[in-house]
Design a protein around this ligand. Structure first.
Ligand code: GSH
Length: 223
C-alpha cells in the first residue's frame, strides 16, 4: 500500500491525496507537519503533528516538508512530481490520455499555479485563518487579493475556450489549479464573477478525490 505523509490542510498534500484517489490506489496517510496540528497553527501555541523533523523523515525528504510518498520503496517528494508519477505509473490513459503533449500541457498549468497563485494564497490563509489576530495585517490581505485576481483572469479567459485546463478532458493538470482555486473561493473576499472558473469547478466537484480532500472548508480555513 502507498504511504503518504502530510496534512489535509496543506494544498500540496491535497494535490497528492486527490491524485491517489484518481490513480485508484489504496493508501495510508500519516499526519505530519511542523506548522499545523490537530488544533491549528503553531503561531497560536498549538502542538504540530510533528514527524517531519525526525531523522527518519529527513532521510526520506531532507526539506522536512509535506507531502512525501513511499510506493513500495520508491520515495518521492514535491507534489507535482508525485502527481506526475502517480499518473504515469497508474493511470496514464485516464489522467493525460497517454499523450506526451497532453502531459506537457497539464504540466504547464501545474507549474503556472505554483508560480502565480500559491504564494498569495499562502499569505491569505495566514492572515485570514492561521495567525493570531494581533499579528495580522489587512494591507497584506489586500495586496494578496489583487495578486490572485490577475492570474485568475488568465484562467478565466482560458476556461472560456475549453472545459478543462489541458483541453476537452480532465487531466492531472486540473488538480493543483483546482486546489488553489477552491481555497480562494472559501475566503470571504471581494471578487468579480468568473463564470468559466465557476463552471469548471462545478465539473470537478463530482470527482471523489475533490469531494474528499479539496472541497471541505475546514481543509482550507483551519486556524
Ligand atoms: N513545492 C513543495 C512544497 C512543499 C511545502 O512547502 N509544503 C508545505 C505545506 S503546503 C509544508 O511542508 N509546510 C510546513 C509543514 O506543514 O510542516 C511541494 O509542492 O510539495
Amino acid at each position: 500500500m502507498i504511504k503518504i505523509w502530510g496534512r489535509p490542510t496543506s494544498i500540496c498534500t491535497q494535490r497528492a491525496l486527490w491524485g491517489l484517489v484518481e490513480a485508484g490506489q489504496p493508501f495510508e496517510l500519516t499526519l505530519a507537519s511542523a506548522t499545523m496540528g490537530p488544533n491549528g497553527h503553531v503561531s497560536k501555541g498549538n502542538v504540530p503533528y510533528g514527524i517531519v523533523d525526525t531523522p527518519a523523515y529527513r532521510a526520506m525528504n531532507p526539506n522536512s516538508t509535506v507531502p512525501t510518498i513511499d510506493d513500495d520503496g520508491f520515495v518521492l517528494w514535491e507534489s507535482i512530481a508525485i502527481l506526475t508519477y502517480l499518473a504515469g505509473r497508474y493511470a496514464p490513459e485516464k489522467l493525460y490520455g497517454s499523450d506526451p503533449r497532453k502531459l506537457a500541457r497539464a504540466t504547464q498549468w501545474m507549474l503556472w499555479t505554483g508560480e502565480y497563485l500559491l504564494e498569495p494564497l499562502h499569505v491569505l490563509v495566514m492572515e485570514l485563518a492561521r495567525l493570531p489576530e494581533a499579528q495580522r495585517n489587512p494591507a497584506n490581505v489586500e495586496k494578496a487579493r489583487l495578486a490572485v485576481l490577475k492570474p485568475l483572469a488568465v484562467l478565466e479567459e482560458h476556461l472560456g475556450k475549453q472545459p478543462f485546463v489541458a483541453g476537452d478532458a480532465f487531466t492531472l493538470g486540473d488538480i493543483p489549479v483546482a486546489c488553489d482555486v477552491q481555497r480562494w473561493l472559501h475566503f470571504d473576499l471581494k471578487r468579480p464573477p468568473m463564470p468559466n472558473i465557476t463552471s469548471w469547478q462545478r465539473r470537478l466537484g463530482v470527482r471523489d478525490g475533490f469531494k474528499r480532500y479539496v472541497a471541505p472548508k475546514e481543509h482550507h480555513l483551519a486556524g
